[in-house]
Each structure stands twice: as structure tokens, then as C-alpha cells.
Ligand binder design. Sequence first.
Ligand code: PGA
Length: 288
Amino acid sequence: MIRHLYDNLMKLAHFPLTGTVLISTIKLNRINRKKMMRRKLVVGNWKMHGSIASNKVLLADVVAGVRNLDAADCVVCVPYPYLCQAQSLLQGTNVAWGAQNMCSTNDGALTGAVSPAMLVDYGCTHVIVGHSERRNLFHETDDTAAARFNAALEAGLVPIFCMGESSEERESDWTEYIVGRQLDSIIRRYGPHVLENAVLAYEPLWAVGSDKPATPQQAQEVHEFIRKRIARCDAQVAAQVRILYGGSVTPANAAQLFAMPDIDGGLIGRASLSAQDFVPICRAASQS
Ligand code: PGA
């Protein structure tokens, strides 16, 4: 009931003309039929792992392993203290680097915070925004995640905006409501066009760090839902935006996941900490 009320309110707020929604959906089908090619993207999320010594080995192995992959983009999001190291070891390679979070303002009396401009200073191209661990362990909300998302864009960074439901929410059939609400927190504030310069990541909480990945079909269903929801506002943006899957991706399941029509790569946690795992995942993306 609440879900339907919410959905109807969203439609009224954004899509006053039902015709617009229909035309957008028809356009999306047409664009999809033309097989709009979205370049695959694999992002490593190191979380709070690493050391100067171990990073040196890992980054050298990743650079060597992905050197000849030209059909996918590869990014590593490292802890703040290692941004300088990432910059010096990755400059001039085909591995880009980024951060796992940032503040939504550029300076101020904010002890412990790191600004978007600081990330740009260290050559970051990407930043993860609204990861479930930030939402759940550090009390980040839709509002604060949306503000960070916008600040990243304003700084010229590509935000990787994370969405996903808990296992209880999935069991109660609330997946689309939760993911839709998180997506709408961006679209409602900034419009669909901002997604042109962003990346989305579907990361079901029950799959993150759990060894229980979503099946390719389960992930595809939600990715398709996300793309269709964007298409209600802008079919072109929906067809272009890259939507990554995250949650227990491994070399064993990557190819099947990346073969799904709406899965454009992965956000990789544990498997990004070893080149032996991360490189084959990047290879699977490049070959899919
Ligand atoms: P995982 O983490 O690959 O270890 O499940 C994914 C993530 O949290 O981004």
C-alpha cells in the first residue's frame, strides 16, 4: 500500500504526462534493439585493507594482468592513505583509481573529512557513494548519499552510486521499492541527466561479503528494473548508464553475471585484494 502510494507520488512528481512514460519506454526498446554498446567496467573496492608493501605487489600484478585488455575499464578504489601510492604506481597504465567515500563539501571545519577536491588532487577519477557499509555502519542516508553524489559530479569525479536491499527486504518482496527509492533519491533531486556521468551499482546486502552471490537471473531482474525506471524519465540515459553488480563476484561467476544484458561489469570487494582473482574478473568483463 505504502509502496504503491509512493510510486504514484513519484509518477506525479516526475512524469505528469503518461504519454511521456510510454514514449520513453518505446524509445528504450528501440535503443536496446540497436544493441547500444556499453563498455564493461570493473571496480575494485579494497575497503579497509592494504599496506604500502602489499599494495605495491598487488598493483604491479594488476597492471601487468590487465595491460592487454582493451574492451573493459578497470578501476581500484583504495583507502585514502594510499591514494598517493596509487597515483604514483598507476599513472600511465590502463588502471584508474578512486576513493571509497568523500565529504559533500570542499572545505571547512570538518575533522576527519576528505573533500572531492582532495580526491581530484590525487588524480582520482571515481568515488564510491552510498555503499551499504557506509549506509549501515556509518549512518549514511539517502539525503547524505545524494549530496555526495552531486558533489562528486561537480568536482568532475564519476560517482559509483550503490543501491541494494537487505535479505529481510527481499523476503518481504520490497526489493524494487528499496532500490527504486534509492535511485529516486538522485533522480528526484538532480534529474535523470546526471546519470550520464555516473555509474550505478546494484549490491544486494545479502550478497556482499557473504559468499552467496545473486544468481545472474536475480541480478539481471533488478538491473532491468533500474534501467526501466530511468527510462521512464530519459530513455537515452537509461540505455547508456553502466549498472554494475556487486556482492561476492569471483572469477568463477563473473562471466555468467557479465553476460546478462543489463549487467555492465562489477564492483568487487574481497576478490579485488588478490590479482589472481581480480585480473580474471577484468578479463571476463573484457571478453563478455
Ligand atoms: P564482496 O564486496 O565482493 O566482498 O562481496 C562487494 C562490495 O562490498 O562492494
